[in-house]
Design a protein around this ligand. Sequence first.
Ligand code: NAD
Ligand code: DAU
Length: 356
Amino acid sequence: MILVTGGAGFIGSNFILDWLSASDEPVVNLDALTYAGNLQNLESLKGDQRHIFVHGNIGDADLVASLFARYRPRAVVHFAAESHVDRSIFGPDAFFKTNVMGTLNLLECAKAFWDQTRGEEKERFRFLHVSTDEVYGSLRFDEAPFTEETPYRPNSPYSASKASSDHAVRAWFHTYGFPVLTTNCSNNYGPYQFPEKLIPLVIHNALSRLPLPIYGDGLNIRDWLYVKDHCEAIRTVLQKGTPGETYNIGGRNERNNLTIVQTICGLLDEWVPHEAGPYANLIEFVKDRPGHDRRYAIDATKIRTQLGWEPKESFETGIRKTVRWYLDHPEWVQGVLTGAYREWTAKQYGSLRVAG
Ligand code: NAD
Ligand code: DAU
């Protein structure tokens, strides 16, 4: 039995689906179902006894302690977080509540449980904290990719909150010997990503013939990883990682935002051509994100050489699967376009109309 937090979100739900397709080990999924959490992602597990969903907050000490007492998980895989940089600029509070204080509560409850275990149960327990490459700050175009030794320089409220949680997790290992693992991953894309993030937003807007907003000059670079490769990396770290260590995860797929958007437009031109002309005509350059990091890139040598993980998808194969998935699941997209989504896009994009 493992305890997953945030398993109704984008990466967490992909992780649970992959986990249960590869093994019969049950998953307790603790998720607060914020705007980003969606049980539709796990629809295929309806009635499956191996998935136990618990609607609740990682900051709820009584609830979290009761889950440890009842299920005695052998591991925690901690995804739950506020994850959208733009939202963190408007409202940092929720980010510090969940990402810092929520993680602290989870650590405390997990450690209290671990303290009273003995023998093999104690030996094999792991707390895997899922984090981001954004904690390392921004790279110049000529700088080498982030390694696990790169100093932390978070630049957004989101990345500052994730950096704080990473530090807490590290401290629990050094102070208490609590068996933690931390992963710092680059930008994910794939099925079930909420359409506030660049790739699903662009697919959705393009299909609705609405502007494709690109911040600034469109030359900011991210290192894109197909979500299923990330899930496999997490399973690998859980199985083979050394407690107290951190592992960078990335796809060796650096692309600037303009290239990403043009690639999506090209695939839509191929699969759903529109009489009005190429989808790229919908591109609009808009005001830049404040404090917008210029470039992220991951050096994943450590996880490759020490644990044997490598991504299976290139950006070209992963983006084809992703665009195809959104074309084939219009009902999923419609299901997440709630009033809250419309409120968000009105606030973020103002007069520029964004589908919702
Ligand atoms: P997401 O926003 O899609 O999902 C977050 C999930 O956490 C949602 O289901 C939400 O309901 C849940 N949640 C939020 N606050 C909660 C709380 N207080 N208690 C319980 N559940 C809560 O996020 P994601 O993109 O799937 O990211 C998952 C994790 O991976 C995050 O920790 C994020 O920092 C990290 N990460 C994301 C990326 C990426 O590209 N998306 C890359 C690297 C790391
Ligand atoms: O690097 C890992 C991080 O990747 C994760 O930790 C975060 O949780 C995840 O949200 C993601 O952060 P980004 O800020 O990089 O992702 P986002 O999809 O918001 O933006 C990707 C790039 O696209 C970024 O340079 C900003 C730009 N962008 C984004 C949106 C939403 C645009 O140009 N226009 C947009 O409308």
